[in-house]
Structures are given as structure tokens and as C-alpha cells.
Design a protein around this ligand. Structure first.
Ligand SMILES: [Zn+2]
Length: 258
């Protein structure tokens, strides 16, 4: 069986791993078919549970996934293995009971999961492979500072960042209510009517990462529009639909040196 975990074109320190899921295969049906990982979208929760079990199986016994209730805000949960055990026992599964839009950890064997369908998934690692984060960034999250909140958690000032599949400027039309929230000129192209713009979440996120007070940040952007590519769920293309995942985790670095 081929893994449901899609490898990323992203150079990572030893011991750091990252992946996305795609729309298929999976247990969900109808508008959620098939690998919907979101419990909040109206899908049959039994099917979502089966899909999440597929993801857990692909990660293997040692690596535990952590899901959050994403609310388009800027809160970051700093997670460690002990808290994870307690919180997931309370919640009865791997969904943390608190609302947040980013996860950060220094612990191995915790897979930080963000769920998306047009919003931008951002994965972060320091260059020594000691700390990682996963961020859910739509326009509201970007406007409310979710990136700077996530960067503040890092002890290192030298990071690598991956910007995943999200709705692209080819399809993401917004009105002045969104446009006016940002200073960026390059993330918006006018539709010519003075009231609508085509927006690039990727450009905005890139600008915020560069302005984030780091000494060094490498940014790998996938430039992949979820609306254009049916292998991903897309909220704007389909309305009610599922969520795919981007995730990052650390394991013991098995490379032995001299
Ligand atoms: Zn597109």
C-alpha cells in the first residue's frame, strides 16, 4: 500500500519530517469524499475517525497526531508529550480540546496537524531540527498575527518555512473589507472595479515571515492552488467539503556520527 502521506519538496534537518494528505483515498462520502480529516464540517464522524486512523497508521505506532479546533485566530498551543497525553485523554481522541490556529513543540513523536481547504498551511522548523510548528493561515489569521505569534515560540532565529497548497491569486477574489486590513501592495491585484482584488495568501505569508524578526528564514512555496487542483479539497470550489492536512513532526535522529 502506498502511504497516504505525500512527501514534500522541502529540505529538512535530520530527524524532522513533514507531509500533506490528498483528497483520496479515504472513507468519507458525498461532498466530503474521501480523506476528510475535519470533524467540524458536517461529515459523518465515524468516517472522519476512520480517516484519522488511516493517518495514524501511516505515521506509525510511535508518532502521535495532534489536531486543533481551528478558529481563524492567532493562538498557538505549545505542546509537549505529557500535556498531549492528558489533553487527549480528556478529549477522548487526538483532537485537543482548546481552540487555536497553530501548534508548536520541542518534543519528538508529536505530529502537529493543521487542516485546510483553501487556507494556507505553513510548516516551520529551526535549522537544527530541535523545534517545529504548524500554522493554519487564512486571511483572518494573517491579519491577526498568527505568523508572528508562532515565530515568537521559537528559541532559534534561523528557520526554514514551507507554504503549502492554498487558494491562489488565480481564484481568490476578496473585497475591500479584506484588502483594507493589510498594508501589502504586492499581495493584491485589482480586478479593475475598485471594489475587488485577487489576493495571494502566499505572498502575504512570505512578507510576514521576512518581517518576522528572524536572522534567517528560508521559504519554500509550493505555488499550488487548491481551487485549480482537484486532488485537494477546496472550500471556494465546492462549498461544503472536507479538509486535508499538512503536518510536521520530529523523531530521534538515527544518523550516527563518527
Ligand atoms: Zn486557482
Amino acid at each position: 500500500m502506498t502511504s497516504i502521506l505525500q512527501p514534500l519538496n522541502w529540505l529538512l534537518p535530520a530527524g524532522v519530517h513533514a507531509a500533506t494528505t490528498l483528497r483520496f483515498p479515504g472513507s468519507s462520502e458525498r461532498e466530503f469524499a474521501g480523506l476528510n480529516l475535519g470533524t467540524h464540517v458536517g461529515d459523518d464522524l465515524l468516517a472522519v475517525e476512520q480517516n484519522r486512523q488511516m493517518l495514524s497508521a501511516a505515521l506509525g505506532e510511535a508518532v502521535k497526531p495532534a489536531y486543533i479546533n481551528q478558529v481563524h485566530g492567532h493562538d498557538v498551543i505549545e505542546l509537549n508529550s505529557d500535556d498531549y497525553q492528558k489533553l487527549c485523554l480528556q478529549a477522548g481522541d487526538a483532537n485537543l480540546p482548546s481552540d487555536a490556529d497553530a501548534l508548536y513543540t520541542q518534543d519528538q513523536n508529536l505530529a502537529l496537524v493543521v487542516q485546510v481547504a483553501d487556507c494556507l498551511p505553513i510548516l516551520l522548523s529551526d535549522k537544527n531540527g530541535q523545534e517545529v510548528a504548524a500554522v493554519h493561515a487564512g486571511w483572518r489569521g494573517l491579519a491577526s498575527g498568527v505568523i508572528s505569534q508562532a515565530l515568537e515560540k521559537f528559541e532559534s532565529k534561523s528557520l526554514t518555512a514551507w507554504l503549502g497548497p492554498a487558494i491562489g491569486p488565480c481564484h481568490y477574489q476578496v473585497d475591500s473589507g479584506v484588502y483594507d486590513r493589510f498594508e501589502s501592495a504586492s499581495a493584491f491585484k485589482s480586478c479593475g472595479d475598485g471594489a475587488h482584488w485577487m489576493m495571494s495568501l502566499e505572498t502575504l505569508a512570505t512578507e510576514q515571515l521576512i518581517e518576522g524578526g528572524l536572522d534567517e528564514v528560508d521559504i519554500v512555496a509550493t505555488n499550488t492552488c487548491t481551487y485549480c487542483h482537484e486532488r485537494y479539497f477546496s472550500y471556494r470550489r465546492e462549498g461544503q467539503t472536507g479538509r486535508f492536512a499538512a503536518l510536521i513532526w520530529m523523531t530521534a535522529n538515527k544518523t550516527s556520527e563518527g
